[in-house]
Design a protein around this ligand. Structure first.
Ligand code: FES
Length: 320
């Protein structure tokens, strides 16, 4: 866990049906750590759960962070705590921004694809690309206008003409057509995708089928798919710096095996979506179960997420 920052809710607003936006400031009024577009922060909610939320305000701002929280009725309680308990003026702890979803500086054109609350990192990206006078387009898919968070902000933004909103309940002509939007996989263009899993699978699958290069596809999941642990086996970890060998049992995570030996690795989401726990791998082949590393990073096999990933080889040597 990174160092906590004492913060307070400076403003709370209904951003759409089921979505609340929170403006967070440092409790002592000082400047917040700088962030880049695509960053997220840990938020310790009033019920004690820690959740990750993308920052959606312009990255040039240093006195405030803005997040949007969708109420997940069947979730594990994080969003419910935010919606019910995080009132204006409330004090809370937040982490410093981290970014595993950064804009590629080399992109000649960026395609921002947002599904539902996945719009939050895209707003910061749209702001940054506008300031940089960079070429981009944004497609924002929601179930209905009533569930379209930040619609008024987008309509009033200098980049409004680059954004197309698509509603599931709207006329057929305005529906999102991934085949059409992704039809031209130019090598210098980069694609950024964030949204619910079904949306992500559809968009990413279409992009890959149409020939978009993996190096130009960037994505961020905000909930992990269930992981099947039924075939998990034991393996050994060697800690390169000390030579210690630690057994990881079949039903145990690497994080838990290390903790049992008194070795703490920073964790946050514990489901392979935030990247907090990433460790370098020196030997052996990880069995990647995360959704935060790219396909190229998985193929390189030189890092893994010990909160959920395991080993394909009997032994992994990690740089710890
Ligand atoms: Fe979030 Fe491991 S703790 S990816």
């Amino acid at each position: 866990m990174n160092a906590w920052i004492e913060a307070r809710v400076a403003r709370r607003e209904t951003a759409a049906e089921g979505i609340v936006s929170f403006e967070l400031k440092r409790a002592d009024g000082a400047a917040l750590p700088a962030f880049s577009a695509g960053s997220h922060i840990d938020v310790e909610l009033p019920n004690g759960l820690v959740r990750q939320y993308s920052l959606c305000n312009p990255p040039s701002e240093d006195r405030r962070y803005e997040i949007g929280v969708l109420l997940e009725v069947d979730g594990r309680g994080g969003s419910r705590s935010a919606h019910e308990q995080l009132v204006a003026g409330a004090l809370l702890r937040i982490g410093a921004p981290r970014n595993h979803f950064a804009l590629a500086p080399s992109a000649r054109h960026s395609v921002l694809l947002a599904g539902g609350i996945g719009v939050t990192p895209m707003l910061a990206m749209a702001e940054a690309l506008t300031v940089a006078d960079a070429s981009f387009e944004m497609h924002y898919c929601t179930r209905s206008l009533a569930r379209t968070a930040f619609a008024a902000r987008i309509a009033a933004a200098p980049y409004a003409s680059r954004v197309q909103c698509h509603h599931d309940d709207g006329p057929t002509a305005q529906r999102f057509d991934a085949e059409r939007v992704l039809a031209d996989p130019r090598p210098e263009a980069h694609l950024y995708v964030c949204g619910p899993k079904g949306y992500m699978d559809h968009v990413l699958g279409t992009a890959r089928r149409l020939g978009w290069a993996e190096s130009g596809i960037h994505f961020e999941y905000f909930a992990a798919a269930p992981i099947d642990h039924s075939a998990d086996g034991p393996f050994e970890l060697t800690l390169a710096r000390s030579g210690r060998v630690i057994a990881v049992a079949a039903g145990e995570t690497v994080i838990a095996a290390l903790a049992a030996q008194g070795i703490e690795v920073p964790v946050s989401c514990e489901q392979g979506i935030c990247g907090t726990c990433i460790l370098p791998v020196l030997e052996g082949t990880p069995d990647h179960r995360d959704m935060v590393l790219s396909a190229a990073e998985h193929a390189a096999n030189n890092q893994f997420t010990p909160c959920c990933s395991r080993a394909k080889t009997p032994r992994l040597v990690i740089d710890l």
